[in-house]
Design a protein around this ligand. Structure first.
Ligand code: HEM
Length: 229
């Protein structure tokens, strides 16, 4: 489905030894925060998770303090208060109906595990973000829909969210479409797999241990059987 073959991006977090490019993930947070968060929730993430991409506790406090989250007031009504690092990321809409109402009937999915949930993973999300194009001649695009090479069925309700220079990076990196797409996917991959680096480190230790154990077993075997002919 979706037609074209997915791009094959060389991700920092790919392979057996991969780890998250911290600078890229931080830029990716900027993209999520400035662009995607207008429509997509990231419900499973807490503000404190941002220390995992290299932000300091102080930076995280500041980021959270600039957001509000719903709270129950003393009189029993629902109010808002500044967020804390221990809060979940705030959602743009109170529920799915409100989200659909604001998006022509289409539901912007929660992005917490999007890079794990979709076939093609990070390459698919990168593909959707960079895959907008004019529909080929004769393609019937429904009202309010956009042509995309990689979204299943090639019609997507999401208007193209990123173009060159959509965000201005605070670290001076040139915000090409490709760069912003890579960065936000790196950030979303971290959110979906915060334990990935630990898993990779453990994998290396397990392999080293097994190598050692194999060598040891072999020399013990040689010694035990040395006199047997
Ligand atoms: C769908 C990511 C910004 C509205 C999607 C999908 C992805 C995605 C990967 C496809 C999900 C799937 O396979 O089901 C992003 C990212 C954004 C962003 C990373 C920021 C760079 C936005 C914005 C809006 C929006 C700003 C609203 C103006 C939607 C909607 C859908 C969608 C309505 C569902 C489309 C459909 O089912 O036809 N988004 N998005 N997105 N997005 Fe976004």
């Amino acid at each position: 489905e979706g037609g074209a073959e997915l791009p094959n991006v060389n991700w920092s977090f790919g392979g057996l030894f991969g780890s998250f490019d911290r600078a890229s993930a931080q830029r990716g947070f900027q993209v999520y925060n400035n662009v995607c968060s207008a429509c997509h929730s990231l419900k499973q993430a807490y503000y404190r998770n941002l220390t995992g991409i290299g932000l300091t506790d102080e930076q995280v406090k500041m980021i959270a303090a600039n957001k509000t989250v719903p709270t129950l007031k003393d009189d029993g009504s629902v109010g808002e208060r500044p967020a804390l690092p221990s809060d979940h990321f705030r959602s743009p809409f109170p529920n799915d109906l409100a989200a659909r109402a604001a998006n022509n009937g289409a539901l912007p999915p929660d992005l917490s595990v999007i890079v794990k949930a979709r076939e093609g993973g990070a390459n698919y999300v990168y593909g959707v973000l960079t895959g907008y194009a004019d529909p080929p001649a004769g393609f019937k695009l429904m009202d309010g829909m956009n042509y995309n090479h990689f979204f299943p069925g090639n019609q997507i309700g999401m208007p193209q969210p990123l173009r060159d220079d959509t965000v201005e990076y605070t670290d001076g990196t040139k915000p090409t479409l490709d760069q912003q797409a890579r960065d936000v996917v790196t950030f979303l991959a971290f959110i979906a797999n915060p334990e990935l680096e630990e898993r990779h480190r453990m994998g290396v230790k397990v392999v080293l241990f097994l190598l050692l154990l194999t060598g040891l077993s072999y020399s013990v075997k040689r010694k035990l059987w040395a006199g047997v002919h």
